[in-house]
Structures are given as structure tokens and as C-alpha cells.
Design a protein around this ligand. Structure first.
Ligand SMILES: Cc1cc2nc3c(=O)[nH]c(=O)nc-3n(C[C@H](O)[C@H](O)[C@H](O)COP(=O)(O)O)c2cc1C
Length: 186
């Protein structure tokens, strides 16, 4: 059984919707369970017991949410000090309003978290372009959501924007199953 830990922050529900769709994808894979934890509540014990860590963030001022950064700096850093996450699986997702198009900072936010994930020694699962839902809500780094309309009025995420998140969860669970107990790094 692999445990996929999904840590996220969300004020208005869009990032949480993506987190839940991703968890559905994880649960659809045999021998896989998903654990959803808000960034404020995530503790080192969650990290130690997971096989895969997925971090989701809303875009705030063009970059990542401060609660997600706090989780990385205060919780993940403890695991980094002890080399506890090396060789586990890692992945990201993000939700923006779409200000400025291109996801309004989703790409930069995901890259920023991927940098942290690489520093932790996690093996990164990307989002290949043939993934279902990619055209609507995919970047190679992970799924993204655009929660506002063209006129920038808030509309939330439609179901078609959640397809790539679900498939990201499936990919992550499959990779975690293959890598479970593998000793890759010395
Ligand atoms: C303080 C703040 C700053 C934001 N900055 C951006 C931004 O730079 N680019 C963008 O596209 N959306 C921005 N947004 C909109 C959110 O990223 C978007 O609504 C997101 O889907 C919210 O996720 P949530 O529903 O999980 O809270 C901002 C929202 C807040 C509250």
C-alpha cells in the first residue's frame, strides 16, 4: 500500500477542488491511499509516513502562498536536515485566477515548489502533454487551474479543469507503487 500525501492551502476552494480530484485519481489506483492535509496542519509525521508528497498552492501575487512556503520552511526543512524524504515521489499543482494569462503565475509557482521538491531529494512526476485534460488545465510541471473568467470575474473551476488533476494523481500513485522500497540513492 502506498500513501500519497497532498498538502495544500486554499481560501476560496479552487486549490482544494484540485487536491480532491488528485486524491480521487490516487484512490483509483490499486494499493494506493490519499491523505489530504492543509498546509497549516501538516506535521513532520505526515512526511515520514508518506511514499509521495504532492504540494498544491494558489497563486498569490505571482508566486506561492505563504502558508505553503511556511510548511516548506518549517516542516519540510526538518525532514531535509535528516535526509528523510530522499527517494520518495514528489509532484505539484497550482490554481490562479488567470491574471496576465498563462495561468497568472501558476507556472512560476509550480517551478518554485518543484525547486524545493528537488532539494528534498524527491523524484519528480511531471505532467506529460498527452495527459487527459492537459489542453484545458495542464503545464508540463503539473495541473493548473484558472478560477476567473476572461473578464476576471470569479467563477471557480469547472469539471473539465479537474481532469488533469485526477490523472496526475493516478500517475503519482503508479510511480509510488513502482518505487516503493526501491533503494535508489546511497
Ligand atoms: C492575495 C491574493 C493574490 C493573488 N494573486 C494572484 C496572481 O498574482 N495571479 C493570479 O492569477 N491570481 C491571483 N490570485 C487569485 C488566486 O490565485 C485564485 O483565485 C486561486 O484560484 C485561489 O485559490 P483558492 O480558491 O484555492 O483560494 C490572488 C488571490 C489572492 C487572495
Amino acid at each position: 500500500m502506498v500513501r500519497v500525501l497532498i498538502v495544500y492551502a486554499s481560501d476560496h476552494g479552487s486549490t482544494e477542488k484540485m487536491a480532491k480530484a488528485l486524491a480521487d485519481g490516487v484512490k483509483s489506483v490499486e494499493d494506493s491511499i490519499a491523505e489530504l492535509v492543509k498546509a497549516d496542519d501538516a506535521r513532520i509525521e505526515h512526511l515520514l509516513s508518506c511514499d509521495a508528497l504532492v504540494i498544491g498552492t494558489p497563486v498569490h501575487m505571482g508566486s506561492i502562498d505563504w502558508r505553503v512556503k511556511k510548511f516548506i520552511d518549517t516542516v519540510c526543512s526538518g525532514a531535509w536536515m535528516q535526509d528523510k524524504l530522499i527517494g520518495k515521489v514528489g509532484a505539484v499543482f497550482a490554481s490562479g485566477s488567470g491574471y496576465g494569462n498563462g495561468g497568472g503565475g501558476c507556472e512560476l509557482a509550480m517551478l518554485s515548489v518543484l525547486n524545493n521538491i528537488a532539494e528534498l531529494g524527491l523524484l519528480i512526476v511531471p505532467l506529460p502533454k498527452k495527459t487527459p485534460g492537459y489542453k484545458v488545465a495542464g503545464l508540463q510541471w503539473g495541473p493548473y487551474g484558472r478560477a476567473h473568467a476572461e473578464d476576471l470575474s470569479p467563477k471557480g473551476l469547472s469539471d473539465d479543469q479537474l481532469v488533469s488533476s485526477k490523472h496526475h494523481g493516478m500517475h503519482i500513485a503508479r510511480v509510488a507503487n513502482i518505487l516503493k522500497d526501491a533503494q535508489i540513492f546511497e
